[in-house]
Design a protein around this ligand. Sequence first.
Ligand code: ZN
Length: 318
Amino acid sequence: MSDNFSLSDLGSTQESSASFKLPKKASSTPSTTNSPQPRKPAVIVTQLDDMEVVQEKSKKPVEQIDPKYLHADLPSNFYFYDFDTLGVGPVLGFHQAKFSRAAKEKRTRYMVDAVSTLLPEGISAWDLTIPDFYWLLYWIRMTYYTKVQLIHTAVCSNPKHIHRIQQGELPKESLVSVHTLSKSILSEEVFDPKPLEAFLETADLSFLDNSPFTLAPSCITDIVDIEENLLSHENYPEIEYLVDYAGYLQNKDPGIPRLSMQQRCEFVETLTAEDLYTIEQFRTLVSAYGVEESIRFTCPECRAESETKISISAHSFL
Ligand SMILES: [Zn+2]
């Protein structure tokens, strides 16, 4: 690892986000969006008893949702949040500008900012779990972009077709074809908490006892943190392994701002293979929901049928 690699300066992505919002406290006035504030991480606690207590006191309805907001039922069923309903406002030119910037600069930050400004005061897209965030992008696209025709450029992978190109019978470009996304296949899965709760009842989580951490689902803030602070690091191939675990650790005290990925990676470096396996099991249980989009297409040249997965991006909104 390089000597000047200091991640402790990094990972404060949410503080500099102009549209970052705090979860609304029932008895407090809304805070301004400009001052740095601790965010409410999507934390679930390691002890099942505590978890029930936490949920009981913190689940609250979002009242007085503006009629212009439409309800989006997140596939996590709001299991990881202190709100249990979500209104999403219409997409305006203001948001389109952010999507456009996200597409140009290829930065998730602008996507999260754009989505955040569509949500009611007190709920921030920065706090959403990764499957919920991407599901919400699909929901927004399908709800507010009904007249926009989305296209997908597909590449044929039929070995016979590729062989004909190698033989010089067809141009390389014949592999590429353009299809509209109106025919795409969406598969959605809703979060089932039972296997997770069963796991937490019996799992040995003693490795977290003397640490500030608990297990929590990874959220979109982590993606931005990795993208902006770690991805270009020369040692990323090693860091990549650590973040796959560090993304599932969060402060026991949800009032403390989310720790940087580096601080969490340092802790992961000290864990045993058994501890890592425990986090892996947790990761599987908190990730099995959300949405996947694929398209089935026929190659216009060789008529071979293929199905490819599509990932949603800022371009999908332009
Ligand atoms: Zn083909």
